[in-house]
Design a protein around this ligand. Structure first.
Ligand SMILES: [Zn+2]
Length: 316
């Protein structure tokens, strides 16, 4: 099952349909992803930035039916950990400050691992496309909305809607975010945690940055995108936190930073003396065969954004 460039991405931004898009440097190299016995192939791809709304997106993606198949077959236990990710800490702190019986929806709740750890006095709701993950979440006191149409009809119901590591999976992110904003009560909060394309770590070769080396990751947020979206929907950005997604051990962090420095010097200055010296050193000479950046999830490449709905407002 291969990726392709769907018509709404051919020369257009999938967020706002603008044709003012800019191709970022580099070409994403093809790779395969396995889910049980199925193989999904990412074809060569490019990364674009929309000059109008600021969305950063991959052009070649799987079709909707292949994505459905992938999410049905992917092993959700890969993300099941009882430890909090650094990106989840400000969100949990916010949830624990909510008044009793506040209604919170975790859109893409997986097995319910985040809400499970939140304040038991809040009402916990979830939506999840992977049925076994949703079933597990329902055993943890989380009320599951099984149908997206039903969910969209729950206008002005929730005090908070969370999209944790979901935005990057969306083929048309702006349309869904607008739907999610409509579910908020006045004064409610939309919280998004996702990869931030403005981060320093992905400026050298963004198509091959670890985040886009996932076949499931289709876009990244930017500050410009968040501000454009807030203006369009009459929301206010009340928080923007940048952090690493993972807790990485100190020695691993240092090793990752060193590998990046070596890769960048070789990538940007292939004829440099530094490369010449490395080629003559045991072990380090192997770095010359790197064709893509080494994995770099120790970077501060995530943003957690809090969008607040005013107490009295009318969404477009
Ligand atoms: Zn756009």
């Amino acid at each position: 099952m291969k990726t392709r460039i769907p018509s709404e991405r051919k020369g257009r931004c999938p967020g706002c349909s603008s044709q003012e898009i800019r191709c970022l440097p580099g070409i994403g190299k093809p790779f395969d992803f396995r889910a049980h016995s199925l193989v999904f192939s990412q074809k060569e791809y490019r990364i674009f930035r929309c000059c109008s709304c600021g969305l950063v997106f991959k052009d070649s993606i799987l079709s909707e039916e292949f994505f459905e198949l992938l999410y049905e077959n992917v092993d959700f236990s890969n993300w099941s950990t009882y430890r909090l990710y650094p990106t989840e800490k400000p969100v949990l702190q916010y949830l624990n400050s909510l008044p009793r019986q506040s209604k919170v929806l975790d859109f893409g709740c997986s097995s319910g691992r985040l809400l499970e750890q939140a304040n038991p006095r809040i009402e916990k709701w979830g939506f999840e496309v992977n049925k076994s993950a949703a079933n597990e979440a329902s055993t943890k006191g989380i009320q599951i909305v099984w149908d997206l149409v039903d969910l969209k009809s729950m206008q002005q119901t929730f005090n908070a809607v969370l999209l944790m590591d979901v935005f990057e999976h969306l083929a048309n992110p702006t349309a869904l975010l607008k739907d999610m904003s409509g579910l908020l009560k006045p004064g409610g909060m939309l919280v998004i945690s996702t990869g931030n394309a403005d981060c320093r770590a992905c400026q050298t070769d963004i198509p091959n940055f670890w985040y886009f080396r996932s076949i499931q990751h289709l876009c990244m947020i930017t500050k410009q995108y968040a501000e454009t979206f807030a203006n369009q929907t009459n929301l206010k950005i009340s928080g923007w936190h940048e952090s690493c997604h993972y807790d990485i051990a100190f020695s691993n962090r240092i090793a990752q930073h060193l590998r990046q420095i070596i890769y960048r010097v070789r990538y940007l200055h292939p004829q440099s003396t530094f490369g010449f010296v490395l080629d003559r050193l045991p072990i380090l000479r192997k770095t010359g065969i790197w064709k893509i950046p080494p994995p770099y999830n120790a970077s501060r490449d995530h943003a957690v954004v809090f969008f607040e709905k005013p107490m009295s407002c009318c969404l477009e």
